[in-house]
Write a new protein. Sequence first.
Length: 301
Amino acid sequence: MQGLVRVLVAGEIVVAKYGDLIDDVLDVPLFCPRCGRTAGLTLVADGREAHLECVEGHVWTDPEVAACGVRQLLHLSAQGAPPRFPGAAVRIDMLPRISEDRTLYPPSPDVPGRLLRWEGRVLTATGTPPLTDCLHWARRLCAWALPSDGEVYERLYPPAGGNALDAHMAVVLVALALYATAAAADLARVEQVVPDRAAEPLAGAELRWLRPPGAGGLGGRLRVTDVHRLATAAPETYQRWRTAARLVLAANTDDRPAVPLADRSGRLPAVAEDMAWYAPVGRPDVGRTGDGPFGAEWGRP
C-alpha cells in the first residue's frame, strides 16, 4: 500500500454528474449501491486507485472518486478549509515550498553555441527563457502527480513522510529533463515536449551538470543554491531526487497516449508561478532572500 489515505465523511459527499434527461450537470450525493446510504461513507486512496466504503462494510468504486480527490480532501481538511470534495480532478497545488536565497547562478563563459542559439530561438518565439517555462511545466506536472500517485505522495508531501526540499529538487530535475529534451529536439516551444521522452535524460547523472545560460535581465538560470545542491549531493541523495522526478513523469504518462505538454495542459492544475527564477523588474539578473515563494518586485519584465 502506497500513499494510503482514509477519510471518513460524516455528511454527504456531493459530486457533479451529468444528467442525460436534463442535458446538464447536477450536484448529487454519492450513495452505497447496495444499502443506499449517503452519509458516513469512507473515501480510500491507495496508490493510484480509490474506492468507497460504507458502515455496513460494502466496498465500491465510482468514476467521480479518484485517488487525487481523496488526498486533496484530506489536505483541505487539515488546512481548515470547507470539505468540498474535489472529485476526480487535481484542483489544488499541494507542493510544499522552500524559503532560501534566490540569487541566480552566473552564466557560464563556455556554453555551447548550439545551446545559445536554441535558447535564443525559444526566447524569440515565446518571450520567455526556456528554463523558466520548463520550471512552470515541471511544477504543474509535480502538482498533478503528488495527490494522484501514492509513491510520489509519500516522497514529496510532508505529512505523508516527504519534505519540501525533495519536492523542490524534483521540480528542478523534471524542469531540467524537459529542458534537455526540448534542446535535443530543437523545439521552438517547451510545450511541444512529450513527457514520455523527458524521462530519458534522467537515466544518468548528466542533468547534475546542466547549466542553462538564460538571458540577461530575464532570468532563465538555476539558483546558486540549486547548482550547489546538484554538484555536491551524495549519490544516494541525488538518486532520491532523480527517482522522484522519474516517478512524476511516469505518473503523467502511464496508460495515456504520448502527446505533448500542450495537449495535457487541460488536466494539469493551474499553479502560481514561482518568481524565484525570474529577474526582478528593472534590476540585474540576481535574486533575493525572502520568507515565501513570491515577492512584490518579482515578475516578468
